[in-house]
Design a protein around this ligand. Structure first.
Ligand code: ADP
Length: 209
């Protein structure tokens, strides 16, 4: 199945895409993760995108599309994929439609006060990459990873200032895709304001699994 997870930052695209990947066995392609990998390895692409990402702005379409194209060309994506965080602009969606068809676009929806709470409370372990949340998924010992005891960090772009900017960028550049995909008959709305198990159930219903 060829799926897109669409929705504002903090709506839970990453969590739901990971669970859907386990359900379907298709690769989960997160452009945010791919960019972060490039930043942490210090690749030429990573050096170019580091500051853009820290501020919560979008990486230029050309670079993003080239990266996704390369990833979709890998053999594991030939039978299906889950795109998370791509496309984020109309030109990206147009480029994608030149590369491949799609089965569904899952549009995850949630009020913005809840999104801000979710994003600013998020923490991660720099050693093993496990993620936590100060309210919803706290570690056993405050500020420490359950698995290896490393001190937990906040992503640079989860600061309140960057989060507000990301939500504005979403409204301006990404939200128009909701209408675009609706027009193309691919859109399925999912209420993502509930707890993760409930949201995943709604997704299973849409996918008939
Ligand atoms: P979010 O929680 O905001 O959805 P992601 O992990 O998906 O975060 O993305 C983090 C950052 O990576 C974005 O703020 C942006 O700078 C960059 N990025 C990810 N996907 C795209 C894309 N499709 N187009 C442009 N920039 C992107």
């Amino acid at each position: 199945m060829r799926l897109i997870f669409l929705g504002p930052p903090g709506v839970g695209k990453g969590t739901m895409a990971t669970r859907t990947k386990d359900l379907l066995g298709t690769p989960h392609i997160s452009t945010g993760e791919l960019f972060r990998e490039n930043v942490s390895k210090g690749t030429p692409l990573g050096i170019k995108v580091k500051t853009i990402m820290e501020r919560g702005n979008l990486v230029p379409d050309e670079m993003t599309v080239a990266m996704v194209k390369e990833r979709l060309d890998k053999p594991d994506a030939s039978d299906g994929f889950i795109l998370d965080g791509f496309p984020r602009t109309i030109p990206q969606a147009e480029s994608l439609s030149d590369i491949t068809g799609l089965d569904f676009v899952l549009n995850l929806q949630c009020p913005s006060e809840e999104l801000i709470k979710r994003l600013t409370g998020r923490r991660f372990c720099p050693t093993c990459n496990r993620t936590y949340h100060i309210h919803y998924m706290p570690p056993k010992t405050e500020g420490r990873c359950d698995a290896d005891g490393t001190e937990l960090l906040t992503r640079d772009d989860d600061s309140l200032e960057a989060v507000k900017n990301r939500l504005e960028v979403y409204t301006k550049s990404t939200e128009p895709l909701v209408h675009w995909y609706q027009k193309h008959g691919l859109l399925q709305n999912v209420d993502a304001s509930a707890a993760p198990d409930g949201v995943f159930e709604s997704i299973r219903k849409v996918l008939n699994r």
